[in-house]
Design a protein around this ligand. Structure first.
Ligand code: 2NL
Length: 366
């Protein structure tokens, strides 16, 4: 090998490195920090990877530099030390240049990562939106409070019932239309969704002995086609009192007191003869319109009265069905729709609004 080649080889290798390293040169030395500022995180990470590849290409086992090192032993003895030194210096330059650029890029990447992960612990938390009870629940609770103040307890029970609790114990004969699958949702033979919450009161009378005062609010189910005033599921509230010497007077006094607590002491009530299989005698009841106080308005359709529910003296057959002696005890019962009362109170014209669960509607009744 000629000495001329020995002098030139390292220069060629250096030139090749410098050409490729060109784009990284301003990442080292003075102003290096400023030179990377324009890079975003992805760009800086890519540059780092490319820089590492470049370094491997120029210092790795297959690099031109490694080839030069192998030549050292074959150079004439008198030139060997200088040649070796030259190569050593070249390697140092390549490594230092790469390292310096790498440090600048790494610092920039670290800075950007911290920036990205920064959280402001002084920011206020997100406020959770406070909900409220459903309008039917609001009315139910107001009604319950009144009856509890009159000494009643609130009872509940299953929504699927046997024919005994749904019908037989309530003196509803097998031929009654309410027992047909046209009116009632049967589940399995002998079982149906309750069509009134009287079922709860039958259970209560079996569990306890008179005197008893209970109310049973809850869901009931009837096979009605939905319209503005009907829904196949609605909420009913029934009341029951059984004791010695109970008369129609107690029924009228109780219903009137309840409505006066709800709508004010000026409220009047009216009982009209009616028929239910589970009461005898039976009566439907109305109360004087809370909007016009009986003068007649749109709410009461000009009559001054609002129809609310049904009532009566518990039929002796119902008492017998639960083992209470009708010669010793008598009782009254009443029932009305909670959702209907909710519609009246909030001035709603369609019962279905209550069951669509549209928050824009429900939010208005708090
Ligand atoms: C109505 C009519 C009524 C009853 C419910 C009842 C319960 C037992 C015994 C006797 Cl355990 N009666 N409940 C009585 C009369 C009427 O509801 O129009 N409901 C919406």
């Amino acid at each position: 090998m000629s000495s001329g080649v020995v002098g030139q080889e390292p220069e060629t290798v250096r030139k090749a490195f410098e050409q490729e390293f060109e784009r990284f040169t301003h990442f080292r030395g003075e102003g290096a920090t400023k030179s990377v500022e324009h890079l975003n995180l992805a760009e800086a990470e890519t540059a780092l990877r490319e820089l590492a590849d470049l370094r491997t290409r120029h210092t790795g086992k297959k690099s031109a530099l490694a080839g030069l090192k192998k030549l050292i032993g074959r150079v004439a003895v008198e030139e060997r030390a200088a040649f070796g030194q030259q190569i050593q210096q070249l390697e140092t330059e390549i490594i230092e240049a790469s390292e310096a650029a790498k440090r600048t890029l790494e610092e920039h990447v670290a800075k950007l990562r911290i920036e990205r992960e920064r959280i402001d612990v002084t920011l206020p938390g997100r406020r959770t939106r406070r909900g409220h009870a459903h309008p039917v629940t609001l009315i139910r609770q107001r009604i319950e409070d009144i009856f509890v103040s009159l000494g009643y307890t609130v009872e509940d029970g299953p929504e699927i019932e046997t024919d005994f609790y749904n019908f037989d114990a309530l003196n509803i004969p097998p031929t009654h239309p309410a027992r047909s699958p046209q009116d009632t949702f049967y589940t399995t033979e002998g079982f149906a969704l309750r069509s009134q919450t009287s079922t709860v009161q039958i259970h209560a009378m079996q569990r306890r002995t008179p005197p008893l005062r209970i109310i049973a609010p809850g869901k009931v189910f009837r096979r009605d086609t939905p319209d503005a005033t009907h829904n196949p599921m609605f909420f009913q509230l029934e009341g029951l009192l059984v004791d010695r010497g109970i008369t129609m007077g107690h029924l009228k006094g109780t219903v009137t007191e309840f409505l006066r607590q709800l709508y004010g002491p000026q409220t009047r009530t009216r009982f009209r003869p009616s028929y239910f299989p589970f009461t005898e005698p039976s009566a439907e009841f109305d109360f004087s319109c809370f909007k016009c106080n009986g003068a007649g308005c749109r709410l009461c359709k000009g009559s001054g009265w609002i129809e609310l529910g049904g009532s009566g003296m518990v039929h002796p057959n119902v008492l017998r069905a639960v083992g209470i002696d009708p010669n010793e005890f008598s009782g009254f019962a009443f029932g009305f729709g909670i959702d209907r009362m909710c519609m009246l109170n909030f001035g709603l014209d369609d019962i279905r609004l209550l069951f669509e669960n549209d928050v824009r509607f429900l939010e208005q009744f708090n």
